[in-house]
Design a binder for this molecule. Structure first.
Ligand code: ADP
Ligand code: MG
Length: 847
């Protein structure tokens, strides 16, 4: 058991803006979020196997993180390296590299070939493929026509993508050229985050097969050894950012949804795997194509490394936190990698022979009888094994013959099973048609590649001997399926069906018989003859049982999904209602502001009327000033009210509103100025007395004359005017601030509305899925019932037949008994007659 190796890489910053609040600090293998003045923020510090800062190169990342996995792959261990992170954080840069700094893929390819050059005692065969998962469909990047490929699983091959083109390669340059061609077929799109953002997950795969070279002194080159087969996956994932942030819509939005969904499933799988073995329960590998393909790399038989790329900019802090949390969970996963060997019978025999030789060597010089006996025993075992093998081969031949005879009868059942599988595999509705087309393309491709490729490819250790390992494996490997085992494609489909059928559910035949039988003839009547053997019946019953098992399994699966979707739906509904409430509150803001403006206006008018009531002389300058101030204030409040009502009606943009308010302010300002000027003019004394009055006023107001009084008034008025002006500017600022608040609220509201719409779409989609699932569930249930009924009829029929056979045997036995007694009667009569004849003949002669 070994942990997955997890590293974080920080991309160099692309923005020239300095940090305002916080920044990511890298120290050894730790990354933490720091405040601007350098103190770390608690709870946001993470440790990984490696943390690469902005100055790190792809060469360093490869050396520390991936190199060991690549070398282990050459030695027969499965290996996977993948890059995870938000768009534009440097995933593709890490995997594919740049002109000056080659990425992990090309370094890995070169390293594999360099390593196998150094291994002189093994022969190698390398095959490569390149695929992308775009909108949950698997496309072949080496062959544009291979689209929507299916994932299969079998005991020998594990999980594999059928119909995927594989190229046999013999040097790194050839592989890099192929990758370049494949890159052209990748899906790219433009989002706010990254101009040439990859919109698909891509998986570059190398299958490395090797076999020890025969170094026997006998020089028997045809002897076979164990073959090592390892699969190396190098994965560049699509970006993990939120849809709202990318500003995606239309096709981009749809892509984003698929990307987010598959990454969500990846996150769920990682979460489950990071829990303890006891708590983890069901791991949802099958919920997305990505996790299904990466299944061996996640908690399975593979050495795995994950590089999580992050963007250092402050705007991406939330995404970065998400990526680091993903990485922390991934760190807890353990895998169990082992060398993958295919042991043929001959290889096993050869191993046993070697063991015997070993023992013999140990025995030399000593006379330990026990060891001698052990050798004999082993030899006997070996002979027995060989005999058994031959016997099995004969039995297999016989079995094949009888299988052919049964084929005709099974076909009808098979069709039923296929129908049922089609119905229940709700995510693979068009599977059959795809398989047909895949088969067709496979046939074409096989014939094509056998013409094009022939033996042109060879690994660096390739030998011209037609019986050599590489030649034999390459002949087989012209098939586009990645698995090295020489099965035909049609077997692939069968294996998959049978794989689906054996999921451990055991049907209880007795309980099935309790269902009332239906008088349906589900099998051709010519099948039903008393001669039909019990074995055939058992086989049929077994098939029906399996059929039932699949149906029940699929039904349970659908029910589980249904429950999950209902839960998700509830969750979404809760979120939607929360968002609706928030949106309502935001909508109410202008209304509330407008109400408070109305209240302020009332208070203002009250105050002014109270102040005016103190002024007795309506014609005095104070009264004039008060009335003019009242006008200005009212006009200001009216402007505010209009502004808010316009904002509420959304009749004009906020910039239009601002312009209107500024215009009105200008008018008010002018009005205020003219009032003040008129007031000042009315109070201004004649020019000749001005200096004396000014002197009188400045001499400390002692004994102010009429002119001095006016000057004082003037001063007071100008003070008041300044206060009003200040108040006016204050109000203007407040208004600006309110405007800004309103704009921000509006933006937030728009975003919330968009998210709400997205959630609604998601909910509708889920609704649709749920109703589809329910329909399929009812169909499956119906089918299941029919199968049950058929099964019961069959069982009943079988019982009847057995009864008939029994009766027939009893009748036959009694008939046999009566015939026997009849026969013995005749015999005894004959005997009697003969004795009588013999007695009477001498008598007559004597007479
Ligand atoms: P992703 O695949 O995560 O969407 P990319 O790998 O396309 O992001 O990176 C986005 C941009 O940042 C590219 O122009 C790339 O060259 C640049 N970049 C990313 N990582 C680095 C790095 N470590 N050093 C220099 N440039 C980088
Ligand atoms: Mg990318």
């Amino acid at each position: 058991m070994e942990k997955i190796c997890v590293a974080v890489r920080v991309r160099p910053s692309v923005s020239s803006e300095s940090f305002n609040g916080a920044y990511w600090n890298v120290e050894d293998n730790r990354i933490s979020l720091h405040r601007l003045h350098g103190t770390p923020i608690s709870g946001l510090s993470y440790t990984f196997d490696h943390v690469f800062d902005e100055s790190s190169t792809n060469a360093r990342v490869y050396e520390l993180l991936t190199k060991d996995i690549i070398h282990a792959a050459v030695d027969g261990f499965n290996g996977t390296a993948f890059a995870y992170g938000q768009t534009s954080s440097g995933k593709t840069f890490t995997m594919n590299g740049s002109e000056t700094d080659a990425g992990i893929i090309s370094r890995a390819v070169k390293d594999v070939f360099a390593k196998i050059q150094m291994i002189s005692d093994r022969e190698f065969l390398i095959r490569v493929s390149y695929m992308e998962i775009y909108n949950e469909e698997i496309n072949d990047l080496f062959s544009v026509e291979n689209q929507k490929l299916q994932i299969h699983e079998s005991l020998e091959r594990g999980i594999f993508v059928s119909g995927l083109r594989e190229e046999i390669v013999n040097n790194a340059e050839q592989v890099l050229k192929l990758i370049e061609l494949g890159e052209v077929n990748r899906h790219f799109g433009e989002t706010n985050m990254n101009v040439r953002s990859s919109r698909s997950h891509t998986i570059f795969r190398m299958v490395i097969e090797s076999k020890g070279k025969d170094t026997n002194s006998s020089g028997d080159s045809s002897s076979v050894d164990a073959i090592r087969v390892s699969v190396l996956n190098l994965v560049d994932l699509a970006g993990s950012e939120r849809i709202a942030k990318t500003g995606a819509d239309g096709v981009r939005l749809k892509e984003g949804k698929y990307i987010n969904r598959s990454l969500m499933v990846l996150g769920n799988v990682i979460n489950k795997l990071s829990e303890g073995v006891k708590q983890r329960g069901h791991i949802p590998y099958r919920d997305s194509k990505l996790t299904r393909i990466l299944q061996p790399a996640l908690g399975g038989n593979a050495k795995t490394s994950i590089i999580c790329t992050i963007a250092p900019e402050e705007v991406h802090i939330e995404e970065t936190k998400g990526t680091l949390q993903f990485a922390s969970r991934a760190k807890r996963i353990t895998n169990c990698a082992q060398v993958n060997e295919i042991l043929t019978d001959a290889a096993l025999l050869k191993r046993q022979k070697l063991e015997i030789e070993d023992l013999r060597k140990k025995l030399q010089g000593s006379h330990a009888e026990v060891l001698e006996q052990e050798i004999l025993k082993l030899r006997n075992d070996m002979l027995k094994y060989e005999l058994e093998r031959e016997k099995l081969a004969i039995e297999l031949e016989e079995e094949r013959k009888s299988h052919k005879e049964r084929d005709q009868r099974i076909r009808e059942q098979q069709m039923k099973i296929d129908n049922l599988s089609n119905l229940v595999s709700f995510s693979d509705l068009d599977r059959n048609s795809n398989q047909d087309s895949a088969r067709q393309s496979l046939k074409e491709e096989c014939s094509e590649s056998s013409v094009h490729q022939g033996d042109a490819f060879s690994t660096p250790c390739f030998r011209a001997d037609p019986k050599a390992f590489v030649v034999k494996r390459s002949n087989y490997s012209t098939l586009p399926d990645y698995s090295p085992l020489p099965d035909t494609f049609s077997n692939v489909a069968d294996e998959d069906t049978w794989q689906k059928m054996n999921k451990g559910y055991m049907a209880d035949l007795d309980s099935l018989q309790m269902t009332p039988a239906r008088k349906v003839q589900s099998f051709p009547s010519n099948d039903i003859t008393p001669a039909c053997s019990n074995d055939n019946f058992k086989l049929e019953v077994q098939q029906l049982k399996r059929q039932l098992e699949i149906a029940t399994e699929e039904k349970n699966e659908l029910e589980r999904k249904h429950v999950e979707q209902i839960m998700l739906n509830h969750q979404l509904m809760d979120e939607i209602s929360e968002l609706q409430q928030e949106a309502k509150l935001i909508q109410e803001i202008p209304q509330r502001l407008s109400e408070s403006v109305g209240n302020c206006k009332d208070v203002y008018e009250d105050i002014l009327s109270i102040v005016q009531s103190f002024v007795s002389d309506r014609e005095s300058s104070t009264a004039k000033l008060l009335s003019s101030t009242s006008d200005i204030g009212k006009s200001l409040f009216t402007t505010l009210e209009t502004h808010f009502s316009m904002a509420m009606d959304d009749r004009s943009s906020s910039t239009g509103n601002n312009f209107l308010i500024q215009e009105q302010c200008k008018v008010l300002y002018e009005k205020l100025n003219s009032t003040i000027t008129s007031l000042v003019l009315s109070e201004t004394p004649s020019s000749e007395n001005e200096e004396v009055r000014a002197q009188l006023c400045s001499c400390g107001n002692k004994g102010c004359t009429q002119g001095g009084e006016t000057a004082c008034w003037k001063e007071e008025l100008s003070n008041e005017l300044n206060t009003i002006k200040e108040r006016y500017y204050g109000l203007e600022k407040e208004l600006d601030h309110n405007n800004q608040l309103l704009v921000v609220s509006k933006e937030r509201y728009d975003i919330l509305e968009r998210e709400f719409r997205l959630l609604k779409e998601d909910r509708d989609l889920l609704h649709q899925l749920v109703s589809d699932s329910s329909q399929k569930l009812s169909l499956v249930t119906e089918q299941k019932e029919n199968v049950l009924k058929d099964l019961n009829t069959e069982v009943q029929r079988r019982k009847n037949l057995e009864e008939e056979i029994k009766q027939f045997s009893v009748a036959f036995a009694s008939r046999q008994r009566s015939l026997m007694s009849f026969h013995s009667d005749i015999k005894s009569n004959c005997e009697k007659l003969r004795t009588q004849c013999l007695v009477s003949l001498p008598k007559s002669r004597g007479c």
